[in-house]
Design a protein around this ligand. Structure first.
Ligand SMILES: *Cc1c(COP(=O)(O)O)cnc(C)c1O
Length: 376
């Protein structure tokens, strides 16, 4: 039986990307590897619309977040941590391990982070030198407007802005240089449409200056060391990189950089949301402005959500359940990847089949979804 992966990480990898992953290995100290690495750097610059190079760690997204915490924070740092879900909490926990003084700002799950709330926290904590934000909170399907949040911060003496972009980069606009992000962490297996295993970190000039002045308490995640290898004439990695994943990432980046890619993700999100509501489910994120273009989270008012999820898996469709306090009460469907009408109809048709007794509450869901798909 075919299995249709709809988890918000990993995402299904295209056949083309899989083929690149199986290319014959090359050594990682030589021209061939540095050309591959340089090519990836150019594609990432274009995707992020930002200068400077991106560090690539053999790690998952949590590793790239840990590298930000280890290089920017310590017992001498006060940190404002804004969280609206499981992943915001995780970055907070990692950062607290460095001994930093934490100032926590919590936003209710399903709600987006309002710029005024962050600006107020920054103004009332002038000693905070670091601000932690999550662009796309994958546990709830909330998409935060990082550009608007940074836009409302005081211009003078504002903290360094570190952003968890693990599930946003590739699936939605994320332009760190233009927006004023100082440290951005992401990973290969979500919006970057690659197999899991690479953690990526981009820093602003101010970010690089800051880490060069600090001693990093981690040997492996030391960003200053990475920089010396990254900026060689022929870039390399200080330690053995997973070369096959570099092949795959390079091919995947070619799939993302097409015109209109971000608009198509948002279009898929709107169409799915219309169909899901018409099937009788409730979307967790009530305010459309904060709905993620990459992942949609919903539950059934009958309280049968986990039974519906179980039936979906039995028929070969595999979205994710909830996390944290939503462990048994959410279904999450991803659309970071090239989800078009065939995939939307498959997801909605399968949800209909899995509804069981709740099917009688379903409306004209295909028509509603298709109208949203066709709408400009
Ligand atoms: C998936 C995810 C992470 C964790 O990434 P791993 O690759 O599983 O370590 C962190 N933050 C966000 C927003 C995520 O979606």
């Amino acid at each position: 039986m075919n299995r249709y992966l709809m988890t918000p990480g990993p995402v299904p990898v295209s056949r083309e990307v899989s083929l690149h992953e199986t290319r014959a290995l090359i050594g990682h100290r030589g021209r061939q590897f540095s050309d591959l690495f340089s090519g990836i750097e150019e594609k990432l610059s274009r995707l992020l619309q930002s200068g400077g190079k991106t560090v690539i760690f053999p790690a998952s997204g949590t590793g790239s977040l840990e590298s930000l915490a280890m290089n920017f924070t310590g017992p001498d740092t006060s940190v404002i941590s804004v969280s609206c879900g499981v992943f915001g909490d995780r970055l907070r926990e990692i950062t607290a391990l460095t001994g930093a003084r934490m100032i926590n700002v919590d936003v209710a799950p399903g709600d987006g982070v309002r710029p005024g709330v962050v600006a107020a926290a920054v103004k009332s904590n002038p000693d905070a030198s670091v601000l932690l934000l999550t662009q796309n909170e994958t546990s709830t399907g909330v998409f935060n407007r990082i550009d608007e949040i940074i836009g409302e911060l005081p211009k003078e003496g504002r903290p360094l802005v570190l952003v968890d972009g693990v599930s946003s980069v590739g699936a939605m606009p994320c332009f760190p240089e233009k927006w004023g992000i100082d440290g951005l962490a992401t990973a290969s297996q979500k919006g970057l449409l690659s197999p899991p295993g690479l953690g990526l970190v981009w820093l602003s000039e101010r970010g690089w200056e800051t880490v060069s002045r600090r001693k990093c308490a981690s040997y492996y995640f030391d960003l200053s060391l990475q920089k010396t290898y990254l900026y060689k004439d022929a870039p390399e990695n200080p330690y053995t990189p997973p070369v096959s994943l570099y092949f795959a990432l390079s091919a995947a980046l070619d799939e993302i950089t097409s015109d209109g890619w971000f608009d198509e993700r948002a279009r898929a999100a709107r169409s799915l949301a219309a169909g899901i509501e018409s099937l009788g489910f409730e979307l967790l994120v009530r305010d459309e402005k904060f709905r993620s273009p990459g992942v949609t989270a919903f539950s059934h008012p009958s309280g049968e959500t986990s039974a519906i999820l179980k039936r979906l898996k039995e028929i070969g469709v595999e979205p994710a359940g909830g996390q944290g306090k939503f462990k048994d009460s959410l279904i999450r469907v991803s659309h970071y990847h090239d989800v078009r009408w065939p995939e939307i109809s498959l997801a909605l048709g399968s949800l209909y089949a899995a509804l069981g007794d709740a099917r009688k509450g379903a409306g004209d869901f295909m028509r509603r979804a298709f109208e949203a798909w066709e709408a400009k």
